[in-house]
Design a protein around this ligand. Structure first.
Ligand code: SF4
Length: 194
């Protein structure tokens, strides 16, 4: 039995400054959750646009993710049904090739405590290498591509996915089974649990 309510925990998370010294734009945790959520989306970390708006997946990547899931924006942003908790809750800054990885301490600090409140989860979408590495320890594969390609063997409630960023178009073209096989099954599972 959790010792705090989810609302109290979310307030605690939103006040977190654990790695503030490393965040170029300062802490702004972006997450959504309710105890009734049946789907959890675990992405990477907010970019600058999401840091500014506070709305996760409000970009072309989010449009593609919603298309993969077969849900509209109203459903996607209904936290009573879909929780959104990235591996790093705050924008981590820029690196030499795109955004830096999510802060490692973030998931260790918060994910287990948050998930303890999400008792109705039926489906967990692991989006990108960081989420797959963190939650896929028991079925680890040598690469994200191998992990996603092996989606049929991944234990429920997890579904591994590549990042839906437009920059990943090359990956999707090289792996057409994603949209012809995995996406239809993902839509079926989403529709079943919602
Ligand atoms: S990234 Fe995570 S650990 Fe760091 S300040 Fe934000 S919420 Fe806290």
């Amino acid at each position: 039995m959790p010792v705090t309510t989810l609302d109290a925990l979310l307030s605690e998370v939103r006040g977190c400054r654990a790695c503030a010294d490393h965040l170029p734009l300062g802490p702004r945790p972006v997450l959504r959750a309710a105890t009734t959520a049946r789907i959890l989306v675990v992405g990477q970390a907010p970019g600058t646009r999401v840091h500014a708006s506070g709305v996760p997946w409000d970009d072309p990547s989010g449009d593609r993710l919603r298309d993969w899931m077969g849900v509209d924006s109203a459903t996607f942003y209904d936290e009573r049904r879909i929780a959104i908790i990235p591996m790093g809750l705050c924008y981590p800054g820029k690196g030499p090739s795109g955004d830096l990885p999510p802060r490692r301490e973030c998931a260790e600090l918060w994910h287990e405590r948050l998930l303890a409140h999400l008792v109705e989860l039926r489906l967990v979408l692991l989006i990108g290498a960081y989420a797959v590495q963190h939650y896929g320890r028991s079925w680890r594969k040598p690469s994200l591509t191998a992990a996603v390609a092996g989606w049929r063997e991944v234990p429920a409630p997890f579904v591994p996915l590549p990042h839906p960023s437009p920059r990943n178009i090359g990956w999707r073209l090289r792996n057409p089974w994603l949209e012809s096989e995995l996406v239809p099954e993902l839509r079926r599972r989403v529709a079943t649990v919602l």
